[in-house]
Design a protein around this ligand. Sequence first.
Ligand code: FES
Length: 119
Amino acid sequence: MTTRHHIASVEDVSEEGSRVLTEVDGVEIAIFRVNEELYAMANYCVHQGGPLCEGELDGRVSVGEDPLEWKYDGEERNVLCPWHGWKFDVTTGESINNDRYKIPTYEVEVENGEVYVLR
Ligand code: FES
């Protein structure tokens, strides 16, 4: 059964790139503001259990048609695990390096200036 949990005030995550870490039913969860939206993700790295959501937000590097031409999108929506550097897209929970890996994400609701997570 899904339950709605109060996490924070919208003011606590009002700035782009800001985050709030909390615990819901024994699971650490972070709320991120990315691209003016709020996203919730488990603070658990599937590599070796590191505190993923404590890492820096970063963009994404890709290779163009010319393999020597690397591009950086500058869109800081990916969190970099502080333990070994695996990177996950905050908006989907998906690894940007290997599509076999995904972090649990949760639906976020905002009502009357308060942020809730459904879990
Ligand atoms: S525990 Fe996150 S990259 Fe290793």
